[in-house]
Design a binder for this molecule. Structure first.
Ligand SMILES: [Zn+2]
Length: 340
């Protein structure tokens, strides 16, 4: 017993010495990978034009954005009064947009979560002109962290911006019919375990086999470098040639990145499951996530509508519309081929 104990002690000591010796090499390796990944991102094209003919209803989109980010909606946390106002608003807007109800009760899918307030997703559809094609699902979470210690966290960029964008895109596609059916989902509880997007599958509203792609929008309205990231081209390399055409003639600096594991990219943040698209990925559904880098107001009471960059936001939204139009024309069966 004593000998056995001493052997384990010796082995542990050797392990600690080995780890302490190798750790600096690992650190240096990670730093080199990070620098290489940052250089790869920086080398991608920046903004190449500033003028464009708006295709989305910018006035309506701005109004929807400011309403969702208002102090009345108070950060839209499930169980708080602001969330109820946001739900009434979404019910009204989905109805006004004339979407086909695709929830379990009209547009809504109500669900319960253990130990948390009940959630409500809003789901509407536009039928594609080719009924043989699988659907594209646009998601944006409408919840945020709400009121904490009497302070309101309005969640303007995160994610009133994404929800107002899917409403504007729905209005566009109502008058410009897509080939693929489009499903628009404003989901709840992203900030508390992503229960909303999980429920889309758990409640059998969505069948992974019937879906071509998830396009998730989360944080679209501000970046000091005017960068918009498209995340998911690492997992789905067939997206690259499609979306690269947008890089060449771009209103914003569209960048591909934040989707590589640390072994490939080093310490650059991997956003592959940072928002609802991660739930689609787990279900085997290809995804592309559009979002801006974190900023000092991220998850702060200062993430207000007053601090967003509306000009940039509308350019981002127009870029996402261009991406959707390209994706809608593409053969998306190739997206399920994996990167090796
Ligand atoms: Zn978010």
């Amino acid at each position: 017993m004593a000998l056995w104990f001493r052997r384990v002690g010796q082995l542990l000591a050797v392990g600690v010495v080995l780890a302490a010796t190798l750790w600096p090499f690992y650190q240096v390796g990670q730093q080199q990978l990070t620098r290489a990944e940052q250089a790869r991102i920086d080398a991608q094209p920046g903004v190449s034009r500033t003028r464009y003919q708006p295709r989305l209803d910018q006035l309506q989109q701005t109004a929807d954005f400011s309403t969702l980010a208002s102090s009345e909606m108070a950060g839209r946390r499930p169980g708080q009064p602001g969330s109820e106002l946001a739900r009434q608003f979404l019910q009204r807007r989905f109805t006004e947009l004339g979407l086909i109800p695709a929830g379990t009760d009209g547009f809504t899918q109500r669900y319960q979560t253990d130990g948390q307030s009940d959630g409500v997703n809003f789901v509407g559809k536009i039928n594609g002109t080719d009924p043989q094609l699988p659907a594209i699902v646009l998601t944006a979470h409408y919840d945020h962290v709400g009121v904490h210690h009497n302070r309101v966290y309005p969640g303007a960029d995160d994610n009133a911006s994404g929800v107002a964008a899917i409403l504007a895109l729905a209005a566009y596609f109502q008058t410009h019919p897509p080939r693929h059916s489009l499903i628009f989902a404003a989901v709840d509880h992203e900030e508390q375990g992503m229960h909303g997007s999980k429920q889309l599958f758990a409640g059998k509203l969505l069948d992974p086999q019937q879906l071509a792609l998830n396009v998730n929008l989360d944080m679209l309205s501000r970046d000091t470098k005017a960068q918009l990231f498209a995340v998911g081209t690492y997992q789905h390399p067939a997206l690259l040639p499609l979306l690269q055409s947008l890089q060449q003639d771009s209103l914003v600096a569209l960048k591909f990145g934040h989707d590589r594991p640390a072994a490939v990219a080093g310490r650059v943040q991997d956003w592959s499951d940072a928002s609802d698209h991660g739930i689609f990925a787990k279900e085997g559904v290809p995804f592309v996530y559009f979002g801006v880098p974190d900023h000092p107001d991220y998850h702060q009471p200062t993430d207000t509508f007053e601090r967003v960059d509306l000009e940039f936001y509308h350019k981002v939204s127009d870029t996402i519309l261009s991406a959707l139009l390209l994706l809608d024309q593409a053969d998306m069966s190739t997206l399920r081929q994996k990167n090796n």
